[in-house]
Design a protein around this ligand. Structure first.
Ligand SMILES: NC(=O)c1ccc[n+]([C@@H]2O[C@H](COP(=O)([O-])OP(=O)(O)OC[C@H]3O[C@@H](n4cnc5c(N)ncnc54)[C@H](O)[C@@H]3O)[C@@H](O)[C@H]2O)c1
Length: 335
């Protein structure tokens, strides 16, 4: 196979980002799209010069010309679509979070294994240059043994109501912090304990559904490293910081531009405008999504190994579900 033919399932916000990324790759061809909202699918078809629109994902999966699918639908649909795609012999790029239950994650992993197809989960931080570089440094012992890791993630206010719903999106913890949980595990190995607290401090959607729009979590890893993170949908405007402290030095990644010496105020008068003083480097958009798309295509062409796998996506969900339980019970959870 010299070119991978793709079908896109779900044509909402992230589908445009993923299509931008795949459209840049000569070894990928965006062939078909489907969405329960026909207008959304038609928009993606014409924007990316695709040949076909299907009314359902089952019809798309029956197209023999499609080698792989890019799943961009709301989280609870990921399991059923992945399982059917695997049964149809398609390779799968699935957006994060992988699913909302461990049972769904396990069924996805089993289906992919039975079918012998590739499943890559959309953790694009791993493919965003500073984070991949940091992983190499950590593995090579550049900063000695890791003592602690900390991160702040500044998400945007969700684009749709379902992100707040615990049965569909799971709030900022499950939806957005899945990225940081995966990154922390990638750097430090398995979690041993997690304690999380959070709440619906600002957003009406979070208050209505009783999910969190701001979360803090504290970890201990199996290797003894300490970790903590903050994640918010309301106190910033995109991007994140990560610091790793070792016995021999520190790695510091800050994707906010001009942060040093700057003074940032978020005023909530105009929700859709960039807050005064906030500016990020756009590096995730420029490199992260394209990096993960390139990796998926290279894996299918036999030039790379699958990463992040379904098993890794599942481990992030396992820790996130325990963090969610910790938030509800106030207890430290053991993994
Ligand atoms: N990696 C990232 O940074 C990132 C960013 C945003 C969203 N996401 C993830 O991507 C997924 C989608 O998020 P989004 O922001 O694009 O949501 P969205 O609501 O903008 O789009 C989802 C689309 O899926 C369609 N859809 C729903 N059920 C369907 C089905 N059964 N078959 C076909 N289409 C269906 C909807 O009509 C909608 O157009 C979520 O899991 C989300 O967590 C990841």
């Amino acid at each position: 196979m010299e070119q991978v033919t793709l079908g896109v399932i779900g044509a909402g916000r992230i589908a445009h980002v993923m299509c931008d990324a795949y459209a840049e790759l000569p070894q990928a061809k965006l062939l078909a799209v489907t969405d329960v909202n026909r207008a959304a699918a038609d928009t993606v078809k014409s924007k990316y010069g695709m040949e076909k629109v299907y009314a359902t994902y089952e019809e798309l999966l029956a197209d023999d010309a499609i080698h792989a699918v890019v799943i961009c639908t709301p989280t609870p649909t990921h399991a059923a679509i992945t399982i059917k795609a695997a049964e149809a012999g398609k390779h799968i790029f699935c957006q994060k979070p992988m699913a909302l239950t461990l049972e769904d994650c396990d069924a996805m992993v089993a289906a992919v294994k039975n079918a012998g197809v590739v499943l890559q989960i959309g953790f694009m931080l791993r493919f965003t240059p500073p984070f991949g570089e940091a992983k190499k440094w950590l593995d090579e012992g550049e900063i000695g043994d890791v003592v602690g890791i900390t991160s702040s993630l500044f998400g945007w206010v969700p684009s749709a109501d379902w992100f707040y719903d615990p049965k569909i999106g799971g709030g900022v913890l499950i939806d957005s912090l899945s990225h940081t949980f995966d990154l922390f595990r990638w750097y430090n190995g398995d979690f041993a304990t997690v304690y999380a607290s959070g709440g619906a401090f600002v957003l009406d959607g979070a208050k209505r559904y009783g999910t969190a729009d701001n979360v803090m979590a504290h970890f201990r890893f199996r290797n003894g490293t300490m970790g903590n993170l903050y994640g918010s949908w309301t106190s910033g405007y995109g991007d994140l910081t990560v610091q790793v402290y070792g016995t021999n030095g520190t790695i510091s990644i800050d994707l906010m531009e001009k942060q040093g010496g700057s003074f940032y105020i978020r005023n909530r008068r105009n929700e859709s405008s960039r807050p005064q003083g906030w500016s990020n480097m756009g590096i995730l958009w420029k490199y992260g999504y394209q990096g993960e798309a390139r990796h998926f295509i290279n894996t299918l062409l036999g030039k790379a190994k699958p990463m992040p796998t379904g098993e890794e996506g599942r481990e992030a969900i396992r820790a996130l579900l325990l963090a969610s339980k910790s938030m509800r019970t106030g207890k430290i959870m053991k993994l």
